[in-house]
Design a protein around this ligand. Structure first.
Ligand code: SAH
Length: 412
């Protein structure tokens, strides 16, 4: 468990961490998919303590406890934040090559993060809302075994407010819209109908509009991240604005349909946030890194490494979306000199294939990826069936693959 406390004497925040490896912090194992995946890896599981040592809870979920989310959601530290200093000791089984970095939505159903954490060697998640690093919110959990000292941010630091990012929106921004930052950038955009409805509602009321109209408009603006582009006129962000907010180069996703661009961008990393965490690799690997990139999407991890000036000697990228693969390949060919190997499905990356790659490249320095959140994220109420959902269960492949790399590198 962890919480922030304000030290009145010293006038600073302290992050207090009580890490409970066993007992009620963790939920129970179960589920067919997982059982299949875990077959034959019982020996490995012993290393992780927890479940393997008789701490399994009853299957009814009655002992599940949600992982408490820190408030403010700033992770272990933030750029230029000298007041907070957190040290962490990784569980023994989490130490040693490869470095790995896992990402998913912070607000997942009960027990999800506890399970993910238990599989990933009992490492405590680092929850960060990217609103502390850029102009849009993005609440994500990260589990990684990277050092957390001496991180540095990408420069220039991204703008932190809407008006700093897009000064021209000031012109039409009504005084009763208090937003200074955007909400989480989503995978879909608002309809033209909605913009029209909002315009009608405002045109037929006075200035300022009555509270009820203000509330209606603000709710929609917050939900869809609408910005003011004219008198009474709101619009959704353009894909190049979303690229900018997420730290991608301009036109990174250009050349595919708008809907596809929003979808891929909505699922991607916030580059400045991830780069801040990965920055510790820069001094460690002056000759570059070999990366195994799982669920690559549009390459948020690769763009972060590139912007940090970390050379990628080899990237083995696993991404099922053909459009996403095309976007990554386009960017790679323009910016990189290393080797990119593309694989479509994590399921086809067998332990044998992993061992072959490890021998061929002398191991992977980093395994990075965020598995799909379709069954976890709040907006998907219909299929919010947790980690056992068809898409979300792909997390277990992330674990399987990291573990296979670990074993193969252990044999080197
Ligand atoms: N971090 C990425 C996005 C991750 S979203 C970025 O920065 O862009 C999860 C990704 O997993 C999606 O791009 C989705 O297409 C991909 N995916 C879904 N199922 C997959 C599978 N079976 N194998 C490989 N990739 C898959």
């Amino acid at each position: 468990k962890w919480f922030l406390s304000f030290d009145l004497m010293q006038g600073r925040w302290n992050l207090c961490i009580i890490w409970q490896v066993t007992g009620s912090c963790f939920d129970s194992l179960g589920g067919r998919k997982r059982a299949r995946l875990m077959e034959g890896s019982k020996k490995k599981r012993k290393r992780y303590g927890g479940a393997a040592q008789g701490n399994r809870r009853p299957l009814d979920g009655s002992h599940e406890e949600p992982m408490p989310l820190p408030n403010p959601m700033v992770g272990f530290n933030l750029p230029n934040d000298r007041l907070r200093s957190v040290t962490r000791r990784l569980p023994q089984q989490a130490i040693g090559p490869p470095f790995f970095y896992y990402e998913n939505v912070a607000l997942a159903p009960k027990g999800v993060w506890a399970t993910i954490s238990r599989f990933l060697y009992d490492i405590e998640p680092e929850f960060v809302d990217s609103k502390h690093l850029c102009a849009a919110a993005r609440k994500r959990g990260y589990i990684h075994n990277l050092p957390i000292e001496n991180r540095f941010p990408l420069l220039p630091l991204p703008p932190k407010t809407i008006f700093e990012a897009f000064p021209h929106y000031k012109k039409w921004w009504p005084s009763w819209d208090p937003r200074r930052q955007l909400n989480c950038l989503q995978t879909s955009m608002s309809s033209a109908k909605l913009t029209e409805r909002i315009q009608c509602a405002l045109a037929s009321s006075g200035n300022p509009p009555p509270k009820s109209v203000q509330k209606y408009v603000m709710d929609e603006c917050r939900k869809w991240n609408l910005v003011w582009v004219g008198k009474n006129k709101v619009a959704h962000l353009e894909p190049d604005e979303v690229e900018y907010l997420l730290g991608f180069p301009r036109d990174h996703t250009r050349g595919v349909g708008k809907t596809e661009r929003f979808k891929s961008l909505g699922n991607s990393f916030q580059v400045d946030t991830v780069a801040y965490h990965l920055s510790v690799l820069k001094d460690m690997y002056p000759n570059g890194v070999n990366v195994l990139s799982l669920f690559t999407g549009i390459g948020g991890g690769e763009v972060a490494l590139h912007r940090l000036g970390i050379h990628m000697r080899t990237v083995v990228s696993v991404e099922i979306g053909e459009v996403n693969r095309r976007i990554l390949r386009g960017w790679w060919d323009q910016t990189q000199t290393g080797t990119l190997i593309e694989i479509a499905d994590v399921k086809s990356l067998t332990d044998d294939r992993i061992a072959t790659f490890v021998r061929r490249f002398g191991g992977f320095d980093l395994v990075i990826g965020g598995s799909p959140c379709n069954n976890l994220a709040g907006s998907n109420r219909h299929h919010r069936d947790g980690l056992e959902g068809e898409q979300s269960a792909l997390f277990y492949h992330y674990f399987r693959i990291v573990d296979a790399v670990k074993s193969a590198m252990g044999r080197m």
